[in-house]
Every structure is written in structure tokens, then in C-alpha cells.
Design a protein around this ligand. Sequence first.
Ligand SMILES: O=C(O)CCC(=O)C(=O)O
Length: 267
Amino acid sequence: MKLTEADLKRFEEEGYLFLPSLFSLDEAAMLLAEAQAIYGQEREEVWRESSGVARTAFAAHTYSEPYRRLGRHPRLVEPVEQLLGEQLYMHQFKINAKAAFDGEVWQWHQDYGTWQRDDGMPEPRAMNIALFLEEVTPANGPLLFIPRSHQQGVFEAGHDLETTSYPLWTLDRETVSKLAQEGGLEAPVGPPGSVVMFHGNLVHASPPNISPFSRTIVYLSLCAVSNHITKHTRKEWIAHRDFTPIEPLADDCLGELVEARRARAAE
Ligand SMILES: O=C(O)CCC(=O)C(=O)O
């Protein structure tokens, strides 16, 4: 899949791109069912909110066939390859639940701020590309972006180890207020199957989800192979050390699984 000139220009200016309904509802539903099965497992890669519901499942591409395929999906890998201009490896892979009523906040941060400080990633030549597995609305804890904030490099940040179960390098209120006065705030919302990709330095957050609707999103953090991390302070399944270039699969690699599961159910 190729981004257009207009997409590239928009990404460069705004720091993100929203691609509605890039995957089918069937593909998203199959991945959602698999995520729910993973959240039900007792494994160290599944982190929980204080209430006990799942917050995030790391590294599912290493233990689940649908997610192994998603981690090599051309609709996700090729646009990032195009933007970064070389082959990629998987730096991190996570499925964030943002559960109904209990999904907690993600404080204001830049992804590259963590990748640089914790993982020794040399340059912001990595980014998240995210697939909505459920509808994201203004009410169920959407991602909040500050457009154009990626143009100002890495901001000072404090290491928040307390607010939630996920440690983050977070920005102070003064910095966020100034950036939001300049750039405004945007929340990409849309149906399951939509994709959003955002620059590693784009300032973003997401509010708690007190609605009765869950908001599952899967994130591939893809890094240019020549920009691989140099510090191994986090668990291998949080910040991967396998720098093998990803070879994309065929476009119907998930469609095949949807069909196979449908055929099995009809037997
Ligand atoms: O899923 C969310 O709400 C936020 C995730 C996020 O900000 C991140 O992974 O960097």
C-alpha cells in the first residue's frame, strides 16, 4: 500500500495521518475476538488496571497467529517503510483495551521520549501505526493529539511510575498548555478497521473511559532497522531485541484466516 503525495505532506505538517476503514469489519472482529481471548489468559505480557481488567497485552505477534500476521501486514508495514525510507523491525507490539468504565488514563507524552531515554533509540525514526478493533468515539477514551507538536523535538519529561500500571515519561502541564494553544487538539475517531499513524515526537494522551463501550486498539511500533535500540533495560517483550527486517505478507493474510474460521464454524 502506498501513501499519496498529499498524505506525505499532511503527515509532515500535522505529525499524523488517519486512514478510515483500511481493514474490513470482519478482519477487525476476528482480531478483537483474539484480543479478548488473550486478555483472559494469565500471562506476564498482559498488564492490568487497578480494577483487574486488562490494560494492555504486549508482544501478541509472538504467541498468536492472527497477530503474527498483523505484525507483517502490508497495509501497516508499507506506509511506515515509505515514510522512513528503509526496512523496519518491530520495536514494540501492544493491544490496548481501554475497557468500558475501567480503562484508565494515558498521560501526555511522546513515544520517542520513552524510546530514547529507556531504550537508547538513536533517532525518532520509528513510529506507532494503530488499528482500531472497535469503534472509537469522542466518549470512549480516544487518542488526543496535539497537531504539529512533533516539529519541536523531544521535550523535558518526568518519569511517571505511579499514575497507572504503565511507566511513562510525561510532559508537564505548562508545556502541554502552550503546545495545545498553538496547535489545538484533535481526536481521530471512526469505525473498527480504521488506522492512525503518528510521528514518534507527536505529543498525545488519552482520557479514562467511563463510558459503557470498550475501545480496543492495537499498536505496532515500527523502527527503521538502522536505528535499532542500544540499551536493554526493559523486558524483551516490551522493547524487542530482534532487529530482523519485516518481510510483509500478502494483503489477504488476515482475510484467509477469517474465511478459514468461518468454514470451520459452518462444519
Ligand atoms: O491506547 C491509548 O489510549 C494510548 C496509547 C499510547 O499513547 C501509546 O501507546 O503511546
